[in-house]
Design a protein around this ligand. Structure first.
Ligand SMILES: [Zn+2]
Length: 145
């Protein structure tokens, strides 16, 4: 996919709006070893724009698994479901944490399809959540989205 230029100021706005966390898996950019991306929720290739309403902060893993897709399937019934859209939906409406905050649980078809397709419980993420929880840095402390 060709790279699309997004102005530095727009990127800063997206990063601040996301409290420097991946808007899908909630991982923190300040504890990541790979740069996060300002991604298009609906890809340019599918006709959307680089407007702030279509941009989200994503870690490298979520961005790579999402690629140019906008939907997956709910693993409970195989029915297609759109991915979580951080600009139109609240994370808490579609996901919750398990009791030790290491795993994200999808609580709607959209949440479950997103957990599955973007692999929001990748082993490295789960390990990092355990470590960060132990030092009081996880889950991210931020206002309700
Ligand atoms: Zn992520």
């Amino acid at each position: 996919m060709p790279r699309v230029y997004i102005a530095a100021e727009t990127q800063r706005t997206v990063i601040e709006r996301a409290y420097n966390c991946c808007e899908y898996c909630q991982s923190r950019a300040d504890y990541a070893t790979v740069s996060f991306a300002v991604e298009h929720i609906v890809p340019i290739s599918r006709g959307d724009t680089s407007d702030l309403s279509n941009l989200a902060l994503s870690c490298s893993g979520c961005n790579g698994h999402k690629y140019n897709k906008t939907e997956g399937s709910d693993p409970t019934d195989g029915i297609p479901a759109p991915f979580f859209n951080p600009r139109q939906q609240k994370w808490q409406d579609h996901f919750c944490w398990n009791e030790d905050y290491t795993h994200i649980i999808g609580v709607t078809p959209t949440g479950r399809a997103t957990v599955e397709a973007l692999r929001l419980n990748r082993p490295g993420l789960v390990n990092m959540r355990q470590v960060l929880y132990g030092i009081g840095k996880h889950p991210p402390d931020r206002p309700e989205a």
